[in-house]
Design a protein around this ligand. Structure first.
Ligand code: ATP
Length: 712
């Protein structure tokens, strides 16, 4: 075995030297060519192609490929068996155009991920149809800075057993590494169930339920790279968008797409996207205060089914209510009087009405108003042209212009916030709201909005309705529709938000991912994925479930699963990859000793070479206290808050709700007592999120009595 490994290493060393030499030669030739800057179109296209090849070569030189697959095609015309090398970027031999390295997104490369052994022929789909054949070898190759570091055969038909032998060994080697402050690509170890999602057809609304650490975020990012490769004629990076929960999370995932050679994809939060669309006509109440309100430890039990403001305003029923109110807008907007420029120049109401309701009916309402105004100006000019006396004409022009201005002012207000205010806060007296719906909006919501009306302060949950109203009034405003939308942590989104985004997206192309077990924002999020799936036609959707968790050790996953079982009945439990680590530590500290005990644990973690450590508290206030306690023990930690836009790694103190989506080599949950985590489903979800942030090591610290969710 040893000898075989050595010969594989020597073989790959030789191949690497050869490949690197070909790439060096190609690049130096391309660099040596003068750049074309003229106006000839064909030459410009050729120059663009050369530049793309230069970019590809430069980015691939240090790590040209990560895998080799020997595939024998079952076809009479098939060429002799030659190894295929798979990399992040495809590179061709210049003279023959034959592949030197195959792009991981190419159809044949899918075999590397989907084939897991067995005697059945291996097959992949490509534009020419289904290609069958035999896989003889799957090999993982680690190259760093042009140095060959590791060669692992994950399948070898020549072994005689024909089983995928070392797949897990290589995966475990990758998972066992310490992480820094950024999420990384996984091209060399994508698993078959993840690959299926990544390569799903474009025109689908994919909904992915995946346990914590199952690679949802990572898979969604790889899917974007795949779509850009596979549908390069139809989709563009700048027309794709990733919506994530906060800026810090966006910073954390920001490295993956550039690593995959993909740039220019919009990455933002729903709030920022919506506020920009609304041209900052409104502003949000302090988000940090909102979060503190919902995550504060409360004495009373919150009712899971309670209709909170977020659930109400995020429902499709609320959207339908708004639609019914907007029906009246057309009638309400236009003044009900003729326009008299002067006594003998009168534009009848019927004519204005005809323009507004018939000729311009295909425009959105605000555009119609603008068209009618322009048409009235033209009518006025013609009327003025009939007046012979220049002095009288001048006089009439001035007066008529003032009257037209006044007439246009009589049109109803078209500011989205004014309309929202009217149908939400003043519903009972608004003639926009149909009689039978006048009491639809709960009075507490109406009161709250009225109170903040002057300052135009709204809550996050008001945004979908406001954007929806704006869209109904103004239309697309020449905004290009999205080619694809990724919604991460989608369990915290509302059906209204998804229905809204659908209007801004071409061809129903979505990747919607989340985990109901991590639905800690129950006051606004969904309870079941059907709430989203039902928004699309049946043939347009795809649903996947990812149960394997790659992030944490078996010990951590078993511990976290137990938290869910104790708190919420029959949840979706994670299945660990067989990676064993240390037992989860549950430690008691007398209240006065907590800082010292915390410091002892953190120091111990530093010694295990953990690069990223999180001390997690339930609330922001608790985290401030924890940071002070650590400082008193001489340990500096950065406090992460809701306004944070970057995550720098190292030692952080962070509230659970902000840690969601992130991961750390080691985690200490510093307040795991029964007061903070009582045993209700909402507590279980929160504690589960905290536990599943840890890759290699997890400790819980408590004073008083330990939480009933914790297994000891
Ligand atoms: N196939 C894989 N090979 C190697 N690492 C993987 C693989 N899939 C996932 N991972 C790793 O598992 C970790 C979790 O991935 P990711 O954050 O995408 O999961 P998630 O499902 O979005 O988690 P959460 O629900 O907790 O936010 C990351 O470190 C990622 O690199």
């Amino acid at each position: 075995m040893e000898g075989k490994t050595q010969s594989a290493f020597a073989e790959e060393q030789l191949q690497l030297t050869k490949t690197a030499a070909v790439m060096d030669e190609q690049l130096s030739r391309l660099e040596g060519m003068s750049r074309y800057t003229g106006h000839d179109f064909t030459e410009q296209v050729l120059e663009e192609t050369r530049e793309a090849r230069r970019r590809n070569l430069r980015s691939s030189l240090h790590e040209p490929y990560f895998a080799r697959m020997d595939f024998e095609e079952q076809s009479p015309k098939a060429a002799e068996l030659s190894p295929l090398y798979i990399g992040k970027k495809g590179i061709d031999h210049e003279a023959t155009n034959k592949p030197l390295v195959i792009d991981w997104r190419a159809p044949v490369a899918s075999l590397f991920y989907s084939f897991t052994g067995g005697s059945a022929p291996a097959a992949y789909d490509c534009p020419e149809g289904t290609i069958e054949g035999k896989v003889h070898l799957k090999r993982n190759i680690v190259i760093r800075q042009r140095e060959l570091e590791r060669v692992v055969d994950t399948y070898s038909g020549a072994d005689g057993d024909g089983e995928a032998s070392a797949t897990d060994e290589f995966l475990l080697y990758r998972l066992g590494e310490n992480k820094d402050n950024k999420l990384r690509d996984i091209v060399s170890t994508i698993q078959a169930e993840q690959d299926k999602i990544i390569r799903s057809p474009r025109q689908t609304a994919l909904v992915i339920q995946g346990v914590a650490g199952s690679g949802k975020t990572t898979v969604a990012l790889h899917r974007l790279a795949f779509l850009l490769y596979q549908y390069r004629e139809q989709v563009r990076a700048e027309r794709m968008i990733i919506l994530a929960p906060n800026r810090m999370f966006l910073d954390y995932i920001s490295g993956v797409l550039p690593e995959l050679g993909v740039g220019d994809i919009q990455q933002t939060t729903f709030q920022d996207w919506a506020l920009e669309l609304l041209e900052h006509e409104v502003s949000l109440v302090d988000a940090a205060k909102e979060l503190e309100h919902w995550f504060a430890v409360k004495a009373e039990d919150a009712d899971q089914n309670e209709i909170t403001p977020g659930r109400f305003k995020g429902s499709v029923e609320f959207l339908a209510y708004i639609d019914r109110c907007l029906v009246g807008m057309e009638r309400r907007l236009m003044p009900r009087s003729e326009f008299e420029a002067w006594d003998t120049a009168v534009l009848p109401l019927t004519t204005i009405n005809e323009w507004y309701t018939k000729e311009y009916a295909h425009y959105p309402l605000v555009k119609r108003k603008e068209r009618v105004a322009a048409r009235m100006e033209r009518w006025l000019q013609m009327a003025l042209d009939q007046v012979r006396d220049p002095n009288r004409r001048k006089d009439l022009k001035k007066k008529a212009a003032a009257r037209l201005k006044a007439y246009m002012k009589e049109w109803g207000d078209t500011k989205p916030f004014s309309i929202y205010l009217e149908i939400l806060a003043h519903a009972d007296r608004s003639d926009l709201v149909p009689e039978e719906l006048k009491s639809y909006v709960p009075s507490s919501l109406a009161e709250e909005l009225s109170k903040n009306a002057k300052s135009r302060k709204i809550r996050e949950e008001d945004l979908p309705a406001l954007v929806y109203i704006r869209h109904a009034l103004y239309g697309d405003e020449k905004r290009v529709k999205f080619d694809h939308v990724v919604i991460d942590e989608a369990q915290d989104f509302s059906p209204f938000q998804v229905a809204l985004l659908k209007r801004f997206t071409r061809d129903t192309s979505f990747t919607i991912l989340g985990d109901l077990s991590q639905g800690i924002h129950g006051y606004k999020g969904i309870r079941a994925w059907d709430e989203f799936l039902s928004l699309f036609d049946e043939g347009e959707t795809g649903y996947y479930q990812l149960d394997r968790s790659y992030r944490s050790t078996m010990e951590i996953i078993d511990f976290a699963n137990e938290v869910l079982l104790r708190g919420s009945g029959a949840p979706l439990l994670a299945v660990p990859v067989f990676r064993s680590g240390q037992d989860v530590g549950v430690h008691y500290a007398a209240p006065k000793q907590r800082g010292a005990e915390l410091a002892r644990l953190v120091r111990g973690l530093g010694e295990t070479a953990a690069k990223t450590i999180a001390v997690i508290g339930r609330t922001a206030a608790a985290c401030r206290e924890l940071q002070r306690e650590l400082a008193a023990e001489g340990i500096e930690a950065s406090l992460l808050d809701a306004k944070q836009s970057a995550y720098g790694g190292g030692l952080s103190v962070v509230p659970v709700y902000l840690a969601k989506g992130l991961e750390f080599d080691a985690v200490v949950i510093a307040d795991a007592d029964e007061r903070n985590y009582r045993g209700r489903p909402a507590d279980a979800k929160l504690l589960y999120v905290a536990c599943t942030r840890a890759l290699h090591e997890l400790h819980l610290l408590y004073s008083g009595t330990v939480s009933p969710l914790v297994k000891q």
